[in-house]
Write a protein that binds this ligand. Sequence first.
Ligand code: S3P
Length: 174
Amino acid sequence: MTAKRNIVLVGFMGTGKTSVGGKLADMLGMRFVDMDDVIVERAGKPIPRIFAEDGEPHFRALERRVVKDLAARRGLVIATGGGVVLDPANIADYRATGVVVCLQASPEAILKRVEHDTNRPLLDTDDKLGKIRTLLAARQALYDAIPAQVWTDSLTRSQVVAAVMALYRKPPVA
Ligand code: S3P
């Protein structure tokens, strides 16, 4: 029996990667892994402290290592951090052993999801919507470059789960 390819969810913060990934894993009987949780466990401190005490480059280095480790495994549903697309090697590694699916949402929908969250250092500002727009604009081309896409604004979580499952069963030819 060949082991199942991973399902790798990428997308901006607040696009639903963790909530969709957990449900998908339950439904498919696969193991769910949230990359941010692995990073926090390995660093021994929460993400805002990693950014504040060690800097973003250090966080990206930890993130890169976690990608390499998870991409070497099979049968996982992986929720990535929103910045995983910044290093093309991350996406290349994940594509080698899994189907990468990008969840997208409008800045307004993202804001609703992250408004009261204090765990995202990049959005730790009074003008959250402005920061979401700027960051998203800077990364949009990287998200758009992923062949499998789900626009989530008008979908329920179950509908997003179904859309990802369909893309996993029949991935677009890149
Ligand atoms: C980040 C997204 C976060 C987390 C870190 C940096 C980003 O993950 O990895 O705060 O650069 O977009 P989520 O997308 O799960 O919020």
